[in-house]
Design a protein around this ligand. Sequence first.
Ligand code: NIG
Ligand code: FE
Length: 407
Amino acid sequence: MVSMRERFLITNLKGAVTPDPARAWAVDFIPDAALAVEEGHILWMGRRHDLPAEYKGAPILDGRGRWASPGFVDPHTHLLFGGDRSQEFNRRLHGATYAEIAAAGGGIKETVRATRAASVGELVAIGAERLGKFRHKGVVHLEAKTGYGLDLDTEGRLLAAYAELKSRGWSLDVTLMPGHDLPPEFAGDPDGYTRIVSEEWQPALVKRHPGVARFCDVFVERGVFTADQGRAMLESGKRLGLTPRIHADEFCSTGGAELSAQVGAASADHLMFASDEGIRAMAAAGVVPTLLPATTLFLGMKDYAPARKMIAEGCAVALASDFNPGSCACIDPLLVLRLACLQLRLTFEEALCAMTLHPARSLGHAHLGHLHPGASASFLLWDVKHPLDLVYWMGEAFLPEIAGLPR
Ligand code: NIG
Ligand code: FE
């Protein structure tokens, strides 16, 4: 990591690769690039021999022949949870389905039991360790949800743990998600749970932990919450100043994509079974479809989200890890990038936009996800001949140097 205080130049780069925030889906590959940085922000980026004279005397950081890219932004994680579900994973390998395990009281409910048993201090320690792993692999900013508490007390402790992680300097956006599942206390009464979350818990949590959560989320799925129950929780979140995101159409279509457009969500996530009308509605409303191909893989499903259809309709598709103990126990942005190319059929350029610029936008951060002037100098240095190597040499565990963190 370099000091970001003064003005300095990065030269001797093999190149820089970055989405262009001014042109949809455009990616620049700039050979022999240089970057001028000041106060943690990019002042100039281009070919070294075009460097304006005013930057020439600045101290130089040697890029050592590497490629610079923007840091990855992960817009969907369930960062904080207790325990793990490796036994359940093996039950799935023995033939049980995710839905069967959930219906028998395992799945999310098992993680809820372990999370309720964790103190704020334990949650902070777990979170810091996981955030370190994300950063090590090039994720400079991420979104992180509550949702494994499902009672007022534990959802509050999750918010307190996130607040502590933020105060330690981790760059993250928090999403309040008591509508992740129906807790055992409300078994058979999703309407009652919807009411208490909307009318009592969300207002109380936002009041007790002001400014911690920026977003709210709900799992709209057959057997979990209906679109109407989801709408009620998200509208309550909106009244509290939170912007909706939605777990939508993961196992079947229950109108989650359509709902995301109706409530003005920043993103709709999963979408393996989004309907054509839902896709058109997201495009028209500017919802960012957020695809989680590592989850499709980890669940052993065949149906990857219809990414090409979404792009053809004009959606600014984003990619995310969905890191969680049940459907994607995986911190590996390069795996997500590779699956996006190989299973969602994105080009490398599209997949790069979907790992950087588009998730940054869905989280409201214009200064993240690209290397153009004004961007945060939170970029990565990759020791590769060309950025395509990151996908092409599919088994390589390339690790970037993190040359600065978001400000
Ligand atoms: O995004 N879909 C719901 N929530 C998670 C899975 C949570 C779990 O199994 O613990 C997801 O896939
Ligand atoms: Fe999720």
